[in-house]
Design a protein around this ligand. Structure first.
Ligand SMILES: *[C@@H]1O[C@H](CO)[C@@H](O)[C@H](O)[C@H]1NC(C)=O
Ligand SMILES: *[C@@H]1O[C@H](CO)[C@@H](O)[C@H](O)[C@H]1NC(C)=O
Length: 358
């Protein structure tokens, strides 16, 4: 929660942007991941404090740098209105680095542990959906499992196991602080998210429209699999369905994760198992903010150009074969000549390596 100062006004550009969007599922989020790892034989635990807007890491602090540092160019715009942003957040993160060291020691006591590798994580963030609903969470995990999280409705903590009840007792008692955290998630966090979206709008609010392609694979059982490949899109939110005769089809549908490309766009796939005779009834239906209208893509016979391409390739191969044949013929005649010449000198011709046809 390093960002508790100077709330920006609601940003008209964002309002226009969100209202102007289609019925897509687009949303924006700000998240922080704070991780401390204690390892046997290490005096000081590793520590990192990393901030994301949507899926973009924009700030980071760790035990090596001990500074809160920019990870994207647009965040430098923050300095104009908030000159001590970096200094303030550096001190804040350093404070957490110290307290996480203590937390790890306390947790080891709660769990009766004496050393070993242990991880304590704190995750918090907020989300602004394009129907203007908001979400926020504040939670902790120990050794990869839920430890405790804030229930914003009751302003109490939910302990995931018995040791976490020690923490719950301590934290439930501080009602004011829990109230402050709720306000942070519901107001401050959202305001800063909007500010960051404005600073980074060239990258964060851009849309790259998806390329959609359907390929086909024959299966062993006489059926076939149609694969809808969707790539090159941004933002990550996308709706993809297989339809049959225009109705959403769910049977034998498999899907891949939405994965990042190195250029900041995403790709994914959906497949459906079909009877080859019914292939034409299926379409891949895609909705995305980058598309003015949803698209429906069916499998298509490869372009008729393919025949031409195959023709050209075969032609080139033939030409190469003919030329190779001519080259071999001349090489052989030459070798034959050389071999003859060599034997004329009365020396052993076995070193040429070429069998001379007879
Ligand atoms: C610490 O942060 C710096 C700068 O962001 C980065 O280059 C470095 O790899 C990080 N170190 C660790 C151990 O994560
Ligand atoms: C730790 O040890 C104490 C005393 O032996 C025991 O009461 C407690 O249940 C143990 N806690 C865990 C998490 O194993």
């Amino acid at each position: 929660m390093p960002l508790s100062r100077g709330a920006p006004a609601v940003l008209p550009f964002l309002l226009a942007f969100l209202v102007g969007r289609g019925a897509g599922s687009s949303s924006h989020s700000m998240r922080y991941f704070v991780t401390s790892v204690s390892e046997p034989g290490q005096q000081v635990p590793q520590f990192s404090y990393v901030g994301y807007v949507d899926d973009q890491e924009f700030v980071s602090y760790n035990a090596s740098t001990r500074r809160y540092l920019p990870k994207v160019p647009w965040i430098s715009k923050v300095e104009k209105n908030d000159p001590d942003y970096w200094e303030r957040n550096t001190l804040y993160a350093q404070g957490h680095e110290r307290s996480f060291r203590d937390h790890l020691a306390t947790l080891a006591e709660y769990y009766n542990q004496s050393g070993g590798l242990h991880t304590f994580q704190w995750m918090y963030g907020c989300e602004l959906r394009n129907d203007w609903s908001k979400g926020g969470y504040y939670q902790y995990a120990y050794d990869g499992r839920d430890y405790i999280s804030l229930d914003k409705d009751t302003l109490t903590w939910m302990a995931a196991d018995v040791p976490a009840q020690n923490t719950k007792r301590k934290w439930d008692a501080d009602f004011r602080d829990n109230e402050y955290k709720k306000t942070y998630l519901e107001e401050t966090c959202i305001e800063w998210l909007q500010r960051y979206l404005n600073y980074g709008k060239e990258t964060l609010l851009r849309t790259d429209k998806p390329e959609v392609k359907v390929t086909r694979k024959e299966d062993y059982d006489g059926m076939e699999t149609l694969i809808c490949r969707v790539g090159g899109f941004y933002p990550k939110d996308i709706d993809i369905d297989w339809t049959r005769d225009g109705e959403v089809w769910l049977q034998d549908v498999f899907h891949g994760l939405v994965s990042p490309n190195s250029d900041g766009t995403y790709y994914t796939w959906r497949s459906v198992k079909v009877d080859p005779k019914e292939r034409e009834r299926y379409k891949c239906h895609v909705e995305h903010d980058g598309l003015p209208n949803p698209v429906d893509v069916a499998w298509e016979e490869p372009d008729s150009n393919l025949g031409l391409i195959i023709g050209c390739v075969v032609g080139v191969l033939l030409l190469i074969a003919v030329m190779a044949g001519i080259a071999v013929y001349f090489k052989k005649s030459q070798d034959g000549y050389k071999a003859a010449a060599a034997s004329d000198q009365g020396s052993n011709s076995s070193g040429t390596g070429t069998a001379v046809p007879i």
